[in-house]
Write a protein that binds this ligand. Structure first.
Ligand code: ADP
Length: 487
């Protein structure tokens, strides 16, 4: 295969800025593509939270970016990470803020301007640094306008003549919907405000732009790519997705095992491998101590790490937490998100201090300790495009208990006691009773030491590294490029 020139446009990327799995992907995929010999670069906004070991270098002094009637200034900085250039679009007015997209009180009201600015700046930068990509890989609504600009304002521009776009949906629930007046902010032609364009229930949808104007589309698991074509999971866009079904596929995310590997993890108190599995318990001991819980042999620890959002299944967990704590187990939750869950779980932590500990923060090191120290990992998601928590858990010998949806359905398989097959526990329907039944199943297996060890090793011995998925992405890039050239 020819070596490709690839730009990955993403609103977050590890290690610079992260709120969820998108950042893991945008950090690890370019590294895997680079290893395969491609010229891959990443662009993201320069938020306040962006920190770097090496200084960022200014590569473009000033770009003038139209946003509505105004012209805003962008500076482009760059730093190489894992030999991949990461470009940062800088504008303090837009990006020097506490959050990436908003705070716990809600989204920033000018997100339409912020991400119009980002998309336009990304395209303008390419010309300025003379990097002519074969493919732009866009991710989620924040980058949805890039393919729209390429198909309209830049349609006749020879610089982008052969540039295809792959658009990846990491979560269809986040759509970047704005009032109709936002079309003016984008500078796009008025006729795009139509059912075949960006209009979505009288609003402007950046996500819909990405879905309609990219040559190929994918989501982050096969099951989710099918689910989103149904009314139940389509968030109103299932019709659009069904129309584009022949260009839509699913590629499961990988895990960056340089970052997530208990054998070399520097955040955990004791490294371990499948061969030294008994050392895992030392991590449980020190985690419990750090969290102010007693360590008692034979009491399983359940970890939860994730955004406190309805999507993650916290409603059904809330319904049974009072019953759950009556079992011989302990629970540690790490997450931030919606106020309603902050309040609810704070009350539970006060009520059951010996059983349930809550960390309402974003803390990467603690996340590592929870993956390493827990026996089980809970993901009762309402929907889950891919899910990284269960994949990370496998590597750390922590057994996932999940709802059978999206990427969880593609990667977690029920443990069969007789055959010794499977890597976790699942339940079908979004119901607290079914969740509780799955947990009870898990506790039964936990009490049989040899069975539990078999189950743990089944998970640990799987390989979800990025190499396979990176090759799948390359196929989608080529498909997009061929489609673009055919036009
Ligand atoms: P999503 O992208 O929907 O948030 P994923 O399971 O795909 O969910 O990815 C979540 C990623 O974010 C995982 O790497 C998880 O460990 C991490 N994460 C989520 N919340 C926190 C938190 N509060 N502190 C540290 N890491 C977190």
């Amino acid at each position: 295969m020819n070596k490709l020139k690839i730009l990955i446009a993403s609103s977050e990327a590890v290690p610079f800025a992260k709120t969820g799995g998108l950042a893991d992907v945008a950090g690890a995929l370019p590294k895997a593509l680079k290893k395969l010999g491609h010229d891959v670069r990443v662009i993201l906004p320069k938020y306040r939270m962006v920190t770097s070991d090496k200084p960022l270098r200014k590569v473009v002094k000033s770009l003038s970016i139209p946003v509505g009637d105004a012209e805003e200034k962008a500076v482009i900085k760059m730093v190489a990470h894992n030999q991949v250039p990461f470009y940062f679009v800088c504008n303090n007015r837009y990006f020097d803020r506490e959050g990436l997209y908003g705070t716990s009180a809600g989204d920033y009201p000018d997100n339409d301007q912020r991400f119009t600015f980002f998309c336009r700046a990304a395209l303008k930068m390419l010309k300025e640094i003379d990097f002519q990509p074969d493919i732009i890989h866009c991710n989620d609504w924040q980058t949805g306008l890039i393919p729209v600009y390429l198909s309209t304002i830049f349609k006749e521009d020879p610089f982008f003549k052969d540039c295809g776009v792959l658009f990846t949906v990491h979560n269809l629930g986040y759509q970047g919907n704005f009032p109709a007046s936002s079309l003016k902010v984008t500078g796009l032609p008025k006729d795009l405000f139509s059912i075949d364009g960006l209009e979505f229930y009288k609003q402007v949808s950046f996500l819909k732009g990405g879905l309609l104007f990219s040559q190929t589309i994918n989501t982050v698991s096969h099951t989710y790519s099918k689910e989103i074509q149904t009314e139940e999971f389509g968030h109103g866009l299932d019709g659009v997705l069904r129309e584009r079904a022949s260009d839509l596929s699913g590629v499961i995310n990988g895990i960056d095992y340089d970052e997530w590997n208990p054998a070399i993890d520097t955040d955990i108190s004791q490294n371990y491998t499948p061969d030294t599995l008994s050392d895992k318990e030392k991590n449980k001991e020190s985690l419990l101590k750090e969290q102010g819980l007693d360590f008692k042999k034979g009491v399983p620890l359940m970890g939860i790490v994730g955004r406190l959002a309805g999507q993650k299944g916290f409603d059904i967990l809330s319904e049974i937490i009072g019953r759950l704590v009556r079992y011989k187990l302990q629970i540690i939750l790490l997450g931030t998100g919606e106020e309603i869950y902050h309040r609810f779980f704070t009350r539970q932590a006060l009520k059951y201090p010996e059983k349930f500990v809550l960390n309402l923060t974003y803390n990467n090191a603690l996340a590592h300790k929870i993956y390493a120290g827990s026996d089980f990992f809970l993901m009762p998601s309402l929907y889950e495009p891919c899910g990284l928590g269960q994949l990370i858990s496998f590597k750390y010998g922590t057994v996932p208990i999940v709802r059978k949806t999206g990427g969880l359905a593609d990667t977690v398989f029920e443990f069969n006691r007789k055959e010794g097959t499977g890597n976790g526990f699942l339940f079908e329907n979004y119901s607290s009773e079914e969740l509780l039944t799955a947990i009870k199943q898990a506790l039964k297996v936990y009490s049989k030491k040899h069975l539990f060890k078999k189950l743990v090793l089944n998970g640990m011995n799987q390989d979800f590294s990025w190499e396979h998925s990176a090759n799948e992405y390359l196929k989608l890039y080529l498909k997009a490029i061929i489609k673009k050239k055919g036009k």
